[in-house]
Design a protein around this ligand. Structure first.
Ligand code: SF4
Length: 332
């Protein structure tokens, strides 16, 4: 099967995902989706939102996940707990098709049957109408950075409602495009940089060209582009964190590719690996029909990769550095 033409697909989906004149974003409605089957609580906000419990704990042998618990607790001035409730909204478009995505692919193509255009004010009003709105909002996807205006629009709305210092904002990004710099004004980027209650996370989708391309269906050349975009986000000044999915064929030469990944990342920012959390890929309902023997093998491969990742991290950083809370790592 041919790879996705990321540039062309991104441009086409952006047109379906944003109404700039109305300042509205196409937001997924979860009602009737496969993704909904995995929710701990029913969808809220008339089907356009969901509450997610982010947890620190992980499976045996897998590192804990402090994201977004520690950054949120720090911003909100709270003692970090083992979990945090977050209000999640998803934009309805994504330019890649990761086989392990926990979102139905039908919710990633701007399909009007599963989404509606909502302004930031409309979203925040739905959120505030809930009985106990969580202290944190996650602008997720999809790929939110196909419509990067979403974040500053929500910031404006929260600020206008007097919530700028009360609600922590978090957004995701798949490191696939430069739309943030292409479509946002300097004022919008400055708003994001100066917004104390905001951090963002970028997800690396593989440990080498091959695993990246199989994971995302994007061209293998875009593997290296992830590092460049990550560096640009750091240089722009964002409070940035990272995830990585380590799914790769069990035949991968992990002892060679994992160090190479970290070498490459460290040439952009020596300490940034300490801001990255490996994500364990587990089976969610929308994935069941996608996982064949190739993908099952990649799920198995991640358990080899994580051991080498941890060995490499221990070789590159001291115990003290590894124990620094993720929010306090000096990476810029
Ligand atoms: S980039 Fe994210 S939203 Fe898009 S397909 Fe991959 S996992 Fe799903």
């Amino acid at each position: 099967m041919s790879n996705i033409n990321t540039e062309e697909v991104s441009a086409r989906l952006r047109l379906k995902g944003i109404d700039v004149s109305r300042k509205a974003i196409s937001i997924t409605n979860f009602n009737g989706s496969n993704q909904e089957k995995d929710f701990q609580e029913p969808a809220n906000c008339n089907g356009y939102g969901r509450v997610r419990h982010f947890k620190l704990s992980a499976s045996d042998g897998w590192p804990q996940n402090p994201l977004p618990i520690l950054p949120a607790a720090k911003a909100l001035g709270l003692k970090p707990d083992s979990q945090i409730r977050a209000q999640v909204f998803q934009n309805s478009i994504c330019n890649w098709r990761c086989w392990y995505c926990f979102v139905d692919f039908s919710l990633l193509k701007g399909d009007e049957k599963h989404s509606s255009f909502l302004t930031a004010d409309e979203l925040i009003e739905l959120y505030l109408r809930e009985e106990a709105p969580p202290p944190m909002i996650d602008l997720s996807g999809g790929q939110p950075d196909l419509t990067p205006e979403w974040v500053p629009w929500v910031m404006e709305s929260l600020s206008n409602k007097g919530l700028r210092d009360k609600v922590y904002l978090w957004s995701d990004d798949n490191l696939s495009n430069d739309y943030l710099w292409k479509y946002l004004t300097k004022e919008q980027i400055d708003l994001m940089l100066n917004y104390k209650m905001y951090s963002r996370v970028s997800c690396f989708k593989g440990i080498d060209e091959e695993s990246f391309s199989i994971n995302t269906k994007a061209s293998p050349e875009l593997f290296r582009n992830q590092f460049k975009l990550c560096k640009r986000l750091i240089q722009t000044g964002f409070d940035l964190y990272g995830y990585i999915t380590l799914t790769a064929s069990t035949k991968t030469d992990f002892r060679s590719v994992v160090p190479r990944f970290l070498d490459e990342l460290q040439t952009e920012s020596e300490m940034f690996p300490l801001r990255i959390v490996p994500l364990e890929v587990k089976k969610y309902s929308p994935m069941t029909k996608r996982v064949d023997s190739v993908f099952q093998d990649m799920i198995d491969g991640q358990y080899i990769a994580i051991k080498i990742w941890e060995e490499e991290m221990a070789r590159r950083f001291t115990k003290e550095q590894l124990n620094v809370p993720i929010t306090e790592v000096k990476y810029k």
